[in-house]
Design a protein around this ligand. Structure first.
Ligand code: SAH
Length: 344
């Protein structure tokens, strides 16, 4: 990727500092920021209110990271999955979902993942590296260019553990939020974590308005550790303590994700324990019919059981809904994303 910096990696304040170092006025940085994130241009030459001299200077110092689509798949339900060539030997996946309220994009935060959750398709792919903030945001820009649409919601639920790439993810959120660019309000951004407890405290202290989703998936440490190795490091008690801190500090409701696997975590005892664990918390439970992955040992719970589980929670004071499955036919549903090599 040469030695030039990706101009999309900078939030507006940082870009102003960069421009200062180049001997340029801060308002020029703002103009360029708008070209990049609002007009979504792909070359410096399109920045018509920027002098030729400055454009040349920018070209010498920066690149504009632009993804090329290797493959685009469309589901019967309208969900679209993109495999992007991100410029080196790596590829990432991004999913576009259409809802009544707008267009939501599920973005990846890392190439591969270190968490090793037993039910997730990202497991078994070696971790390669973190995505930079510009690489995270380019997923939105690339889809907006391709589809000629405006993304209204972003979920950080693609490949990777967002809190394991904390600084870049936070900066990406800052860039998304800026009204002079993508203008996606924090309330329209969700971040999902497998439970990196210290980072949940850090995130709470940022006092962002984005929604935090916690991948809980089990009600005992024994079961959760067998599904999610991260639980050996931070157990359910520590995790829920951090969640309570998050709620107190931000005033925001937390969303708990619970993927129902047949005869693993889907019986009435689990529902009872879940009620006990979450009682009194400002939260919501998102029940996900687990998606069976290749060679995976977890099977989907029956529809009847999923409804029973939801009703038990609702009858006992815990708000629970069943997540609609989108894009299962193109392997774009929860947990099905899998990084493929560009060479494939
Ligand atoms: N690393 C983050 C975000 C990526 S996964 C996290 O763990 O939260 C996004 C969501 O999909 C998580 O709740 C994850 O647990 C869930 N998920 C992963 N594999 C799944 C599968 N096979 N079926 C259903 N949900 C799955």
């Amino acid at each position: 990727m040469e030695n030039k910096k990706n101009i999309k990696d900078y939030n507006l304040d940082e870009l102003k500092k960069e421009f200062e170092n180049l001997g340029e006025k801060p308002y020029r940085a703002e103009q360029v920021f708008k070209w990049i994130f609002e007009a979504n241009v792909t070359s410096f030459d399109e920045m018509t209110n920027i002098s030729f001299k400055l454009r040349e200077k920018l070209k010498q110092n920066y690149i504009i990271c632009i993804y090329k689509i290797i493959k685009k798949q469309e589901s019967k339900d309208g969900t679209k999955k993109y495999l992007f060539n991100i410029g080196d030997d790596n590829a990432i996946e991004t999913v576009l979902m259409e809802y009544k309220y707008g267009k939501s994009l599920c973005v990846s935060s890392q190439i591969g993942c270190k968490m090793g959750c037993k039910f997730c398709a990202s497991t078994g792919i070696p971790f390669v590296r973190n995505l930079t903030s510009g690489e995270i945001v380019e997923q939105i820009l690339a889809v907006q260019r391709e589809e000629k649409i405006k993304i209204s919601n972003v979920v950080l639920m693609g490949i990777g553990e967002p809190l394991d790439n904390y600084n870049n993810v936070l900066n990406a959120i800052k860039i998304m939020n800026n009204q002079k660019g993508l203008n996606i309000g924090a309330r329209h951004i969700s971040l999902s974590t497998s439970g990196l407890v210290p980072k949940i405290y850090d995130l709470a202290n940022e006092k962002l308005q984005c929604t935090l989703s916690i991948s809980l998936h089990a009600t005992t440490d024994e079961k959760r550790s067998s599904m999610m190795p991260i639980n050996n490091k931070y157990n359910i008690e520590e995790l829920l303590k951090a969640c309570k801190y998050y709620i107190e500090t931000t005033g925001k409701r937390i969303s708990f994700e619970y993927a129902l696997a047949k005869e693993e975590n889907d019986n009435e005892e689990d529902a009872k324990r879940l009620v006990k664990l979450l009682k009194g918390m400002l939260c919501h439970v998102n029940l996900i019919p687990i998606n069976k992955i290749e060679n995976g040992k977890y099977d989907k719970s029956s529809n009847e059981n999923i409804i029973k589980f939801r009703d038990y929670l609702n009858d006992h004071g815990i708000v629970a809904t069943i997540r609609r499955e989108l894009g299962p036919d193109i392997e774009a549903a929860c947990g099905q994303l899998r990084k493929k090599e560009v060479k494939e």
